[in-house]
Design a protein around this ligand. Sequence first.
Ligand code: ZN
Length: 119
Amino acid sequence: MKCGKPIDSFEKEYCSDCERSPHWYEEGRAALLYEKGARRAIDRLKFYNRREYVPFFGRCLEKLAGEYFPRWKPDCLVPVPMHRKKKAERGYDQAALLARELGRRTGGEGYSAYGGSDR
Ligand SMILES: [Zn+2]
């Protein structure tokens, strides 16, 4: 397992995406599958200014962090950068908001959120 997506066969080690193209990271996980209700909620956070969803996603990420951070021991949390023009159009950077929320929830254990201005 590389990216964390479910694999449909016990005989496979990687999902079809990972088999098709290599990833630059060593290991990844996702708090939610990007489908159905989770996809709609993520899209609302990203495209419809539903920033009140950040604590919910923060709880999901915190649960995942509880499982993996003890082994990964991250030094910091870095949100995927958003293009300056897109951020100006949207008015906020949802990845930075989520990184800050996760950092707040897992803080005091050596991690910190980086995100610059995320308003
Ligand atoms: Zn994969």
